[in-house]
Design a protein around this ligand. Sequence first.
Ligand SMILES: [Zn+2]
Length: 344
Amino acid sequence: MPKPNLHFPITEAPAQGIPTAVAPGVYWLRMPLPFSLDHINLWIIEDDDGWNLIDTGIGTEACVELWRKIMLDNKDAKPVKRIFVTHMHPDHVGLAGWLCKKWDVPLYMSRTDYLMCRVLVNDSYREAPEAGLQFYASAGLSEEQLEYYQTKFGGFGKMIKPLPDQYQRLQEGDSFTMANHSWEIIKGTGHAPEQMTFLCRDLNLYISGDQLLPSISSNVSVWPTEPDSNPLQDWLDSCAMLQEKLPEDVLVLPAHERPFTGAYERLQHLQDGHQRGLDKLLAACNQPKRVVDLFSCLFRREIDNTVLTLAVGETMAHLNLMIVKGLLSRHTDAHGVHWYKRTT
Ligand SMILES: [Zn+2]
């Protein structure tokens, strides 16, 4: 599959913790992540009376320290007036509660992501639920892999500082005037329940969160809370919707990697990649297969314990889409393991 022809007009990413202008009143702020993906891009949109933040960074002490420096040591810093969070993942929402409290300002988020995030953070301080164990057992995980899932359960909430008890709902079609221009809210789905992204037609900028990244393909997963969900259809529908909505030459400001142009081609490449995955899985299911038998159809890398739940979720997302379309059937054996087989 040919790579899309993307352009990266800004060659150097800024140093961590240094807000750097990318357009009039719009700043790129890099913050560290303690993972193999080692950074996230946050965006600051400046008004005369303060900063609008888009995303906040993960809830680690390293990021808290960086924020303190940005707000205290930086002579150009303005008070924070609004905090927007694109979606509920810890690298985006992690410090929202801390920042809202510090500045006594509201959190703006989609209703589904706000509520889902609060539920998941609460769940993080329980034992792994039986439904979760059954879900991963149904994918064919071994006893040892299920034990690993149990020991790691709760990691999600531990990277998120307590969320505010109130929030302001962001919805598709809302708009905000920031940096003297109108920013339109566009909702994307599939990677998070309702990811909110920001399009400024005047500046020709699109703050995409994780809905559109230049080379990482965002994880699209089925999770134990909704085992029969069809997030891949949501994701593909969102890709097609964005192809319609985004100006062709828009500069995309993504949450990871570097700003780029070529949104239309990138969105096409993402859709084509998933279609290829679907075709491979369907061919493999000429004989009954479990989720764990199918990883090699979608992933080039070895699936170790650290990425197991993502791999199960993403594989199941492809399989569930084909069940909905009637291309696959699913049979559950006496041990509760699902077997997938082609229907035609
Ligand atoms: Zn995300």
